[in-house]
Write a protein that binds this ligand. Sequence first.
Ligand code: FES
Length: 412
Amino acid sequence: MSVRRLAPDHVQPASFAFTAANENWADQQIAKYPEGRQASAVIPLLWKAQEQHHGWLPRAAIEEVARKLGMAPMRVLEVATFYTMFSLQPVGEHFIQLCGTTPCALRGAEALKKVCEDVIGPQSTVTADGKLSWLEVECLGACCNAPMAQINFDYYEDLTPDNFRKLLGDLREGRPTKPGPQVDRSCSEPLGGGDTLKDPALFDGSVIGAGDWQARITRQREDAIRIASEKAAAEAKAKAEAEVAAATAKTGPTDVKTAPAPEAAAPGRPKPSEPNQPAGAAQDTPSATGKAIKDTPAKGTAENAPAAKAAPAAEPAVAETKPQLLTAARDGKGDDLELIWGVGPKLGKMLNEMGIWHFDQVAAWTPAELAWVDARLTGFKGRAVRDDWISQATKLATGWRPESALGDKPVK
Ligand code: FES
């Protein structure tokens, strides 16, 4: 049993406020309970506050939840300090909860603790780069694949000192990792493969006449994403055209040179060249909103048109094209880009500095524009492609919101 105290004052933020999206989510949770029973929402609200505050609960967040639920701060503090799912101290970007209970201990958890101490340091300290922290916890219910650890929202099982050390290195460097068993099994079947229930027909629905339900679900999912993608692209185009029209009406057609409307995110679609438009016509001209960055290359200009003579013999696998960027968020307020799975505070800041503020900007990228951005994610290169930001942003641009403030993990 350990004493759970609030973090020291010097790491406590002065204040805490839910984001607009989380405020809205919290109101929906509170509305689930009858009048006078709003305190029942205390755990979901604390959980959401923790998610928003980089994985730990500061005092100000506890007080904000108390204020929102009309509870005495002490009552909320009692809940936050009782449940170990709430971290009261800062945690790393990757928070490792290492199981030390008997089954995991018998299968080698002690050696994993030494790896944590070696790579990260003592429990509850965050590495200097902010990437890792760890804590020993009680059974997490995956004993059949012991020893194991929960890292943020994923379980990593069948750990050994070697694969665990490598896993920590991969997390630290932003390399992709595979949650679940780290050995050659997919679930919790016996090591070396199962001996029973091996007939695939047992799992495809054919035994009960359900047909190929997996293919049907996959089809439905693809249809939903395609429809959302088309809708977002059409809305982005209409919005850009409306902005151009508004600016033209204001300043007169001869004075306005605009960057082109964002194109629909149509993977692989070739870009038409526009021979009547002088090369770079939009490059030194503000957009209709006056916010487009001046050197934003126009789609279809000489920069993007098929090269007439100097085309290299071998094109790179994915060409890079600079997408349309902004000098500031439209109306002074950008979208919460951290709702895109894989985008954290650092990447969000990096994207803003590039001129990317809105979901519809990302949704409108072509694969070449995605490649351009991806290549410039210093320290996170490959993440935008790996996590399929275009599809995620396409859904977000429609107004859809994920359950988690971290976004909706893409299904591979
Ligand atoms: S003992 Fe480790 S998951 Fe149960």
